[in-house]
Ligand binder design. Structure first.
Ligand code: ZN
Ligand code: ZN
Length: 158
């Protein structure tokens, strides 16, 4: 298994120009599925918390957190990716990609975004502190005991 760590001194040296792409590594629980995300700047990523029922089921938690990035920057490794396609209830499809060995959710995307974006599960990044949410979707379905993320955008729905 090869990790590309943006802080690896062999890859990221102090002499790099500011235009050098940023690399983020991640993978599933069993480590048989890994990926890298390459971004020109962190502004290319949009990280959101979502409290909708689909995210609760997908992530097995009471909310999901994803980092939306251009699909061109995402590279999956290994042969462990399983894709689940489902009717999202509004005349289109939702996709979920997960490890077919351990079941970890790696990313989600909608039919209309299929060729453009991936919403990477934040917790699947090797360094999940690399991105912070800009806001929250479906606050109408946030658990009553869960406070809002302070100072961030709050959307009743999406
Ligand atoms: Zn796995
Ligand atoms: Zn959601």
């Amino acid at each position: 298994m090869t990790y590309i760590n943006p802080r690896d001194p062999h890859i990221s040296t102090p002499n790099l120009s500011p235009t050098e792409p940023l690399l983020f590594a991640g993978g599933c629980y069993c480590k048989k599925l890994t990926y890298t995300i390459r971004l020109a700047t962190k502004d290319e990523a949009r990280t959101m918390v979502c409290h909708c029922k689909d995210c609760k089921k997908t992530f097995g938690s009471v909310f999901g957190v994803t980092v939306k990035v251009p699909v061109t920057g995402v590279r999956m490794t290994g042969e462990k990716v399983m894709v689940h396609k489902s009717d999202n209830g509004s005349g289109s499809y939702s996709y979920r990609e997960f490890c077919n060995e351990c079941g970890s959710t790696i990313c989600t995307y909608e039919e209309q975004a299929k060729d453009h974006f991936r919403q990477i599960a934040l917790g699947s990044l090797d360094d999940s502190s690399a991105f912070e949410p800009r806001g929250e979707f479906y606050c109408s379905q946030r658990e009553g005991w869960l406070p809002e993320v302070p100072g961030k955008a709050q959307f009743w729905k999406q």
